[in-house]
Ligand binder design. Structure first.
Ligand code: PMP
Length: 353
């Protein structure tokens, strides 16, 4: 007797982050700054209050309230996940029946398509235009003509750094029957006025996703948030596993979202460093046609180049990691010093070619 893995998981390979130790990590769009001393003390106090012998609060009540207060939404519309990754998987699993169609935009966050292969849904790909933007009218037509049941994309987008305006996002939500999942993982870096987070009660087909992993600088906690009307929120809450968010993350996360000034100031400094990185890269792009730098609304810069692999290898050899993606590379904005080192190395690389 022998057990065989089924076809859909037989050839899957576990996600492997880059291994090794590097001086500068600019490959995962994380926040470049760790907690400061003051918040570290608050986090330590929060951990001391955890009842380690008890299961976590399955409703994440305190955390939801702190998150809701931070963004000015109703906590009843918020569900917490073990990172937004968990919520994406959950939503694709629960809101689509087997075989129903999901639409993802290309290029976008690769996990949207990956999870659909496990949930056995048909994944339709919408190709972005040459500037890597979504043409909303065209997207609405595709959704309606193809009978798409769920649409998921990041706004602003990882990896392109581009975003659609609130006006366009509303037009999309209003003109289709599909469930629209707007993954706003990087919205904190752009402009909250383009977010639909406060509008979820107005629509029956909208979920907004947010995360503590990017601007909030807490990737280690694994906290993601789904914001939707009561009906949808109830369904997400019902399908999630009861104790999906551990007590330590809930306790620190609650303190985190109550520290608005700390978060806003840190986000501002990351946005400044992203501008610095972008401007330096644009200057570099004036020296070669083979280095197209896209504008960014996030904490990273996306670049089209045919020498991405060589650049990635050169930087890695100098203890700096960026993300290599075929015809493109993506560079997260690090600290000021990290940006300066990386830019200097890119210039060295180009002058040595
Ligand atoms: N959505 C997007 C667009 C992302 O880039 C990422 C992380 N790279 C995630 C979701 C996952 O975030 P989390 O850490 O909350 O699982």
């Amino acid at each position: 007797m022998s057990y065989e893995l089924n076809d859909k998981i037989n050839n899957l390979v576990p996600y492997e982050p880059i291994s090794g130790t590097y001086d500068i990590r600019l490959d995962a769009n994380e926040c470049s700054l760790n907690y400061d001393e003051n918040f570290l003390n608050l986090a330590t106090e929060a951990v001391k209050e955890v009842d380690f012998n008890r299961y976590p609060d399955p409703l994440c009540l305190e955390l939801r309230k702190a998150f809701a207060e931070y963004y000015g939404v109703d906590y009843k519309n918020v569900t917490v996940g073990n990172g937004s990754d968990e919520l994406i998987f959950l939503i694709e699993s629960a809101f689509l029946k087997k075989g129903e169609k999901l639409l993802v935009a290309v290029p976008d966050f690769s996990m949207y398509e990956f999870y659909s292969s496990v949930t056995e849904n048909q994944c339709i790909k919408y190709l972005k235009n040459s500037e890597l933007n979504i043409d909303v009218n065209q997207l609405i037509d595709t959704i309606n003509n193809e009978n798409i049941k769920l649409v998921i994309f990041s706004n602003p987008c990882n990896p392109t750094g581009q975003g659609i305006t609130k006006e366009d996002a509303i037009r999309l939500v209003k003109n289709t029957n599909a469930l629209i999942v707007l993954d706003e993982a990087y919205m904190d870096f752009w402009d909250e006025s383009n977010s639909l987070i406060k509008d979820v009660e107005l629509y029956s087909n909208l979920i907004v996703l947010r995360t503590a992993s990017k601007a909030m600088g807490s990737a280690a906690l694994r906290l993601g948030f789904a914001i939707a009307n009561e009906n949808i929120s109830k369904a997400i809450m019902a399908v999630k596993s009861p104790y999906n968010v551990n007590s330590i993350s809930q306790a620190i996360g609650t303190k985190l979202y109550k520290n608005k000034d700390f978060l806003i100031n840190r986000t501002k400094s990351i946005v400044e460093n992203t501008k610095k990185l972008y401007n330096e890269l644009v200057e570099i792009s004036s020296t070669t046609d083979d280095f197209i730098v896209y504008p960014t609304k996030t904490n990273f810069v996306f670049i089209k180049t045919s020498f991405g692999k060589e650049l990635w290898e050169f930087l890695k050899a100098n203890s700096v990691v960026i993300r290599y993606m075929g015809d493109y590379v993506r560079i997260t904005a690090g600290t000021t010093k990290e940006v300066e080192t990386t830019v200097r190395l890119i210039k060295d690389f180009l002058s040595e070619r």
